[in-house]
Design a protein around this ligand. Sequence first.
Ligand code: RB5
Length: 143
Amino acid sequence: MKIAVASDHGGFQLKEHIKKYLESRNIEVLDLGTHSEESVDYPEFGRACGEAVAKGEADKGIVCCGTGIGISIAANKVKGIRCALCTDVHMAEMTKKHNNANILAMGGRTTEPDKAVEITAAWLDTEFEGGRHQRRVDMLDSM
Ligand code: RB5
């Protein structure tokens, strides 16, 4: 399993924290930046992560900005991406069960690092339910 991670300056610290967690699970990480807290533009990084997942360069992605909102909007502009902004474990479980989200978004200024790890674990460890949800995911992917 390879996970692409990307952030802007507002999500940089959280990205670094999540990277360590992924590595502790022996998950390969493709870090698409940013690499410091110097101000950058989140659309560029959301798109980079979306494209990496859409092209199959990574199995899944995790994106972080200040709130998780802007970078999730950017990732969702890429065809085939279902990026979900999650602020709790329940949302992470549900977005995997029902939406089969292939990118998780979180906010570096809105979600504490330990909570973000719990959210990431829930998203990674929950299975997509398929069935009627597959039809809806197919509808999303055809848009
Ligand atoms: C950057 O200041 C901030 O706008 C960005 O990180 C993000 O929160 C946007 O949605």
